[in-house]
Design a protein. Sequence first.
Lengths: 338, 540, 291
Amino acid sequence: MIRFTAHRLALGVLVVVGVVVLTFLIARVIPGDPAVTYAGPRASKAQLERTRRQLGLEKPVVVQLGDYLQGIGRGEWGTSYRTKRPVLSDLRRALPASIELVTAGLILALMIGLPLGLVSARYHGQAPDVLVRFISVIGVSLPVFWLALILQLVFAQRLGWLPSAGEYDPNLYYTSPLTSYVQMPLVDALLTGNIPVLESAFSHLILPALVVAVYPAGLLARMVRASVLDTLGESHIRMVRSLGFGDRAILGRWALRPAMNPVVQVTALVFAYSLANTFLVEAVFDWPGLGSYAANSLQALDTPAVVGVTLIVAIVYVVLNLIVDIAQAFIDPRVRLR
Amino acid sequence: MTRDPHPSRRAHLLTAAALALAVALLTGACGSTSKPAGASSGSNTNATFTYGTTTEVMVGWDPATDYSNEIIAMNNMYETLTRYDSQTGQVLPMLATSWKKTSDAKTWTFTIRPNVKFHTGRPMTAADVKAAIDRTIKLNGGASYIWGAVKSIDAPDARTVVFHLKYATPLDLVASAGYAAFIYDTKAAPAAQLSKWFAQGHDAGTGPYTVANWDKGQEVELRLKAFPGYWGGWSGNHYRNVVFRVVPTASTSAQLVRQNQLTWVEQLTPQLWSSLKSDPNLRTTTATSYQNLLGMLNTSYGPLKDPRVRQAIAYATDYKGITAALGAFTPSIGVIPHGLWGYDPSLPVYQTSTEKATGLLKEAGYGPGGKHMSLTLTYTQGDPFEPTVASLLKSELAPLNITVNVSALQWTAQWSKAKSTNPASRQDILLFYWWPDYADPYSWFINLFHSANPPYFNLAYYDNPEVDKQIDQVEPLSATNRPAAINLYSQIQTTLLHDSPALFLGTETYQRVMQKSVGGFVDNPAYPNVVFVYSLHPGQ
Amino acid sequence: MTAVAAPAPGRAGALTFVRRNPTLTAGVVLLVLIGLVAVLAPWLAPHPEDAGTATHPFQVLRPPSHSHPFGTDLVGRDLLTRVMYGARLSLRIVIEVLLLAGLIGIPLGLVAAYAGGAVDQVIMRITDVFLAFPALLLSLAISFVLTPSVGNMTIAIAVTWWPWYTRLVRGEAASVITRPYVESAQTLGVSHTRVLFRHVLPNSMTPVIVQMSLDAGGILLTAASISFLGLGAQDPTPEWGLMVSQGAQYFSTQWWFVTFAGLAILLTAIAFNLIGDGVRELLDPRRVITR
């Protein structure tokens, strides 16, 4: 077990280093001279030279890469051209909002996807199965940015049931000021018992979370179906069935648990996927997270910020992968043999 | 802010605060008994005015040099000696209660309003006025050129400021400018650190509101709160808080104003604006503006260096089509918009003509059958009109064997690219708006068409010594001989139309939406998009 | 893996095939229809010039009517025409990405499996790094540093996609290589290239084909997303994602602008996903979807 964990950790570190190298390549491939962008448009030749030396641009690329790796390790992620603040501190502000949104989205996705998948497996080949499969195909085929616009138009603008944009009503700043601990309004409002903000934050969260949930819900429904059908075909279920247990008992007690393993794995992986998908959702709902930050940085040609976002999402992805791998090895020893 | 406040001042502040509180309680009580409060205005004790805009507000914080979107917030934190009323054409007193000029208009004496306090707590004196304008002139950034006529400033006593000019200028008008004319406390921080202190999100004005919270890059970017010691007092019915909320998409703005989360919206699409007309809780207004949309053509590098090519593009542009497609614009006649002095409807503007465009291009070796031309065009991300203009220009130039590569950039990125030290990485066509700094045409000419190196706002990189000379002459002339100045402006505009360093694409009609509860709003195009929130009255 | 029997020829065989593979059939029918629109766009579209640089400033944002069944956009172009031409573009992008990614990914996987050892390790660790990014993120980052255009977007997506095929081919090829006939071919002195491409490759392709058919929908959505964010196709290219982004501001007042382009993306993605599911059921029913 220790050997397995160590091996996985080493691989994880290697991948993170590789990710950093790849982002370095992307950032430095930019047509043009990074010194010009750093020194500002009105820099003189001498200033440019100085900047070039400061940035280490005159050194060989390999040395530059080494410096870059060390900088990332020390938390020096550069300064955003747009906000003029360290990228890392910008990310520290933006990430919690996105994590709140994606978590809410995945909870919704599980609430939708799991039952659909189970129904589908239970009625394998029958009408409910066909219906669920069709719904889940739509779920994974919807362009999220389009869905975001449609839900916003229908539920916020036409029906007026839900607010159309933002994290919570900013006017509450005056009547019920919110103390921030984790930079997630919903959680902060819960922690401080701030009911007006809680209500407002909750209603603001529903639409964007629903949009984030659609793809994972479709994916989970398909996964659960496939995985339950798989276990239903295994020998222990056949034995249980021959003992006369009903379908519902079999599904709930024997088939669901082992089928959950891949589900947990997919949920973890889809988290990072959804984090990238917020690039398309947050801008529509003015959600102040990583996605809005990324979309704004893309339009401002803000390379350090774009690299920072890319890096943070990739790292979240690698770390979650690692955790899932190791956790599964703990639960299911067979995994270690792979 | 490490300095200890004087005890006397603190007492003063306390009295003022107590007074404000008492007044607040009184009006609050009235508010709550008369009618249920609206969601955004609340009771009048903390009535909040939420301004909806599309791009970042506080591009900079220094009242001396900043020259961009922050105008909408700065004019609520800072005040000027005078203010221009665009409806009557009069210059009204602000921090100056009265002024007089000598007959040659070269010496101006302003009497300073008594009992005015800076947000730092210091009382404003004539010496402070002098210090602020001196610093603005010395830093020589942004719109500081407006003080170009000033030779020296004297403050003979605490309430008198005397300006000695190099040449005659309507200084009362200059002093009303929306940029670079602010009076601020130069002692808010040690002189060497003042700019840095400002940049951290501080203000040192005399205006009705002061910074409460600044969250750069966030949706609710800036919150201002009432300055208790404001000379105008808070006994009347005023908004106590001003919030600037950046909402990049027009449809979201429309929705937020409908839900009463925005009090006032700067700009929507004409379609959305019309759709809000029937909303019983909202009021829509229109006003002609001094704001025109320009396409700056790169006169220093690339194919547009050839004036014939620029003329060809000016001929190829379908001005009527552009204004028809945009919906909230009127065609421009030259540089100076309708409503401002110097406007000349008889200028020889370009009449769209494909034949003329083709002919000129042919002379230059381009056009159908000639060399292929590839141009880059940048416009400001978030503006609802510029993408349409970009698409139309691209379409109009395509049959002429000209490809236009369009990129949408946030303003700061667009501007950096335009000012790039490497001419090759600058754009060929840049779309942006210009508006005057005070009610005078000079701003367009000195900023956009006077040579300057490195470039600042002359993003056509136009360099014509003859025009430079005329621009230098026109300002003194406008104080002494207005008809001659108008004549000279017409001459310059004729040259500009002929040289074509810019396309004059149209003048915007302001289409605003606000809550019906907002009382007393008047659009003042001399301060584009500025809402003087203190002058408004929150309704019940 | 060689169990894929071709369906028996003849009408009865085709009918059986359809009945046994309803998903695949539905997907193929839908895709064929979209493909027909794409191919015939120049003849079907009411205003073919509107797919290019033409504009009509005096008829902007017109609602659907007889002459413009899907309405017009913000510079007066016919949206039906643009949606039809968009099909051409989207199908082209998907095919090009799959070809490019396959051309990079498959040979690398073969080499990794065949060479083994250090070469295998290096190639596979590189794929690990690429797979550590959600596909949309990496393609966006690469599109960001290139000049925005359809061509560069295609490259950016392909660069993101190849590692999947490398992994699949390597896994499959590694087991194929241990089979006796490969070993005997090697001992007979058949050249490496010949062994790889004549014996190993054909027997390792099934999972790649399944994965490619599953991926097509994802590639379509990724391309539309990149264009939506402004880093892909540029105006006046009739790209669906770009059209949605241009219309977003006008959605609540001019619903048609965004609606039809979005529906086109949805229908095409459904077609691809149905085919993907169908192909998987047909060729590799045990395969679990992970993306």
